[in-house]
Write a protein that binds this ligand. Structure first.
Ligand code: NAD
Length: 528
């Protein structure tokens, strides 16, 4: 590490080559996208995973128009148009009435012609506002919008459905039909995710009624400007539309009204352009940063402006130093199971923020994790305890220290992000200790989020599926090939895909997403 105070540096230029962030070990994916591979896979009917569009700073949010539709009162529809247009996205609102019109020669209706788009132009996204859907019959709007659009959806296209959060509807005493209609969206969205090809994703934003109500009130009192999208929706929508969410598909994500919002009083003051470096002047800690997913989390957060303190065991000191040097961050050699770990982390944060005012931690990413796989009948006490210790107990202990108000800790508006796993959702043969620890992380998130909401602190986790790392590189070939392919993208994710999702959860403006576990699994069948 260097003596230079990293907090005083200019925001890190993207020194990281995107090639490095985007390298895949998947030889089959490379093969089927070669000229020979296309022929072979075509004639044998083999799965054809495509290279996913991934985020590069400066790239447009979408590379084509967005199709917008809405059911019932569709309260967000106008605001969605107002959100997309200043971001350079052409908005298309199709006439859905004719979608089931006279069948053409092939028996299929001439649906694509219903889109008011020039021939050959492929929509990059379909966004459907179903938050106003109250009757089962309203669901038909989603079917028709999909029918009009999905055959023409471009490479790595995006389908986003917005719906009212079912639990919030229940709490508000909505009719059973309304709750059933809202819940039905999840089944539709997950099925769309499984039908899409070409690297496209489908996701669902569950929106709190409060948010929609507040927007309608603001529009009613604010007069001419029209509806402005609730600020809490800006980051989730941007993430799911952008290439940052390359490997997130088939997922519902809840967006709540933020408490104690430290945001502009009027939503009109929100930046129109996507903020590429929201972490400038902020310190973040990443555990397990020497390699794998953790190293890419450190790189992505640094690319987006953060001063990163990377933590890893002393044995990984050289690799950790290399990552820290690459991104101009701080390396902290520390076994996080040590009782003084929380304190040591806070001290490192204080060193990293020297000269920039009060020593404060913006976010901690609990990424360090281990596996000690064995069938449960063969698992001794040591294998059991070590995995629960590193993957779960440490997170509980360190959070407690960092939330105690001490220097270098987490304050108002800060972020806690845990790394869980789809194994913690679906279970996995030979991984009862690991699955226990990862499911426990989800419990931790659920418990802490409401308690910290008043301080504007969000607590979330990601649950990666099959990610191409050294860890998964050691899985026996056949098992590995199955793990890689049994998801809607027919490929493993890259560490950068997990890193981008974590960066999304950690963004200062993302204050409406808390208590959530977001899977980064390409809609894996495991734990589905
Ligand atoms: P990895 O083994 O490549 O890296 C983990 C890092 O954590 C290592 O550098 C290791 O030294 C560090 N670490 C372990 N114990 C530590 C301790 N006591 N103190 C400090 N550092 C410690 O693993 P990865 O594949 O990059 O996984 C990162 C996280 O993602 C883990 O929590 C893992 O469970 C989770 N995950 C990975 C996958 C996958 O497919 N690779 C899938 C789901 C979840």
């Amino acid at each position: 590490s260097t003596n230079q105070n990293p907090a005083l540096r200019q925001p890190a230029a993207p020194q990281t080559s995107t090639a490095r962030l985007h390298r895949s070990q998947d030889a089959y994916l490379r093969f089927v996208n070669s000229e020979l591979g296309k022929k072979v896979s075509g004639s044998l009917g083999l799965p054809r995973p495509v290279p996913l569009r991934r985020y590069v700073p400066g790239q447009p949010l979408l590379e084509g128009p967005a199709v917008l539709a809405g059911a019932g009162s569709a309260p967000l529809l106008d605001a969605l148009g107002g959100f997309l247009a200043p971001r350079g996205v052409e908005v298309v609102r199709p006439q859905l009435e004719g979608v089931d019109g006279t069948p053409g020669a092939d028996g299929e209706p001439a649906a694509p012609a219903e889109l008011p788009l020039t021939d050959g132009v492929r929509p990059a996204a379909l966004v459907v506002d179903m938050t106003g859907a109250e009757r089962l019959a309203d669901l038909d709007v989603l079917r028709r919008a999909a029918r009009a659009t999905l055959k023409r959806l471009g490479r790595s296209g995006r389908v986003i459905v917005l719906g009212a959060t079912p639990e919030a509807l229940v709490a508000a005493g909505a009719s059973s039909e309304q709750v059933a209609t809202a819940q039905a969206l999840e089944g539709i969205m997950r099925s769309i995710g499984k039908e899409l090809r070409g690297g496209a994703t489908a996701n669902l934003l569950w929106v709190d009624r409060d948010l929609v109500g507040a927007m309608q009130d603001a529009a009613a009192s604010g007069g001419s400007a029209g509806a402005v999208l609730p600020a809490e929706l800006v980051e989730p929508l941007t993430f799911l539309l952008s290439a940052r969410s390359a490997y997130v598909s088939g997922q519902p994500l809840r967006v709540r009204r933020a408490a104690g919002a430290a945001r502009p009083a009027t939503p009109e003051l929100l930046p129109v352009a996507e903020d590429a470096t929201p972490f400038v002047g902020r310190v973040v800690v990443v555990t397990g940063a020497a390699r794998g997913i953790g190293a890419d989390i450190a790189r992505v957060l640094s690319r987006d402006g953060a001063t990163v303190v990377g933590v890893d065991v002393p044995q990984a000191g050289d690799a950790l130093a290399a990552v820290a040097n690459e991104i101009g961050g701080l390396a902290l050699q520390l076994d996080i199971t040590r009782p003084e770990a929380g304190q040591r982390i806070a001290e490192a944060v204080a060193r990293a923020s020297r000269g920039t005012g009060p020593a404060r931690l913006h976010a901690i990413v609990h990424n360090a994790g281990i596996t000690r796989d064995k069938l449960l009948v063969n698992t001794d006490a040591a294998r059991w305890a070590s995995v629960l210790e590193v993957n779960l107990a440490v997170q509980l202990r360190i959070n407690e220290v960092l939330l105690s108000g001490a220097e270098g800790g987490l304050g108002e508006g800060s972020r806690i992000v845990g790394v869980a796993s789809t194994s913690g959702i679906g279970g996995n043969r030979g991984q009862s200790n690991y699955a226990a620890s990862k499911a426990g992380v989800m419990g931790l998130v659920r418990s802490m989020a409401p308690r910290l909401a008043e301080r504007g602190i969000t607590v979330n986790a990601v649950a990666p599926g099959f990610i191409e790392t050294e860890m998964t590189g050691k899985i026996p070939a056949v098992t590995r090939e199955v793990g890689r392919r049994i998801n809607s993208m027919a490929q493993g994710g890259l560490p950068v895909d997990v890193a981008e999702t974590i960066a999304f959860l950690a963004r200062p403006g993302n204050d409406g997403v808390t208590g959530q576990v977001l899977r980064v699994c390409g809609q894996s069948q495991l734990g589905a």
